[in-house]
Design a protein around this ligand. Structure first.
Ligand SMILES: C[S@@+](CC[C@H](N)C(=O)[O-])C[C@H]1O[C@@H](n2cnc3c(N)ncnc32)[C@H](O)[C@@H]1O
Length: 259
């Protein structure tokens, strides 16, 4: 499979076959996928960009441990005795983004488990924008939150609901198809958004009510070179940076309202 990208997006898997043309901000983004590179080379002559080969790894079983707080696995394997007391989440190695293996998800898991281990409030409300497989909302619910997950992709919502059933977390979670940049956002103690920079820049101005209510934000999906514009915008809108973490070339930023 080959992709023509006039502006590379972050690396989540598209549903194939597809052509993606997004304009969440001013910058148009075009991605076209084809099993044959030749039509892409012709389009590249007109639109520019680069053609790259995509190697899809078949979904493989995984086992991820987030410190002493959480274990995420793709199956029901039995855990080593030392890991058995740790809360566990099963996420199907399915089509939606979010097995925990990607740095952006892994960083969010680290940050949300730390946040939830410190918050005094019982049953905090978590809103996961761009929930993919539902992993972040479900991890939050496993650790005691009431979590809502939104995704504009219907198949991601279906996958999240499947994972909620698999983990018997259907009463603590709800998932719906919604555009995080359009639909009114419900109140939350914690908002998780593992999206990408342009979307995050458009999301931030929508969170003023949340800032006034004291919500914490965990933003992920940010490449190193993109962090400054997000930091500047967040500061300008009244958020102060609480934590900043890096895994490879990916950053995760945690904000709370400026005091
Ligand atoms: C990088 S994935 C994150 C998945 C999961 N939350 C995780 O951390 O692994 C981003 C997800 O955001 C969804 N998404 C992108 N733009 C969106 C929008 N405007 N509103 C809602 N969801 C969106 C995509 O469909 C995708 O499932």
């Amino acid at each position: 499979m080959y992709a023509l990208e006039t502006r590379p997006l972050t690396s989540w898997k598209p549903t194939l076959p597809s052509a993606v043309l997004e304009r969440p901000g001013q910058t148009p983004i075009l991605q076209i996928y084809s099993p044959n590179p030749l039509p892409l080379r012709r389009l590249q002559k007109i639109h520019g960009g680069r053609v790259r080969k995509i190697n899809f790894r078949p979904s493989s079983p995984f086992y991820l441990r987030v410190g002493q707080s959480l274990i995420v696995t793709s199956d029901s394997r039995s855990l080593p005795a030392k890991d058995r007391p740790i809360p566990r989440l099963k996420i199907r190695a399915g089509p939606a983004f979010g097995t925990g293996e990607h740095a952006t998800t892994h960083l969010c898991l680290r940050y949300l488990t730390r946040y939830l281990s410190r918050i005094r409030k019982k049953n905090p409300a978590v809103l996961d924008l761009g929930c993919g497989s539902g992993i972040l909302a479900l991890a939050s619910a496993r650790l005691g939150a009431w979590a809502k997950g939104w995704d504009h992709d219907e198949s991601a919502v279906r996958e999240s609901i499947r994972n909620a059933k698999l983990n018997r977390l259907t009463t603590r979670t709800s998932f719906r198809q919604a555009n995080a940049l359009r639909a009114p956002l419900p109140p939350a103690d914690l908002i998780l958004a593992n999206l990408y920079d342009v979307l995050l820049l458009h999301l931030l101005p929508r969170l003023d009510r949340h800032r006034r209510a004291g919500t914490t934000l965990i933003l992920s999906g940010i490449l190193r070179g993109q962090a400054n514009s997000i930091l500047r915008t967040a500061r300008h809108l009244g958020w102060s940076l609480e934590r900043r973490g890096r895994l490879g070339r990916w950053l995760c930023l945690q904000f709370r309202p400026q005091s």
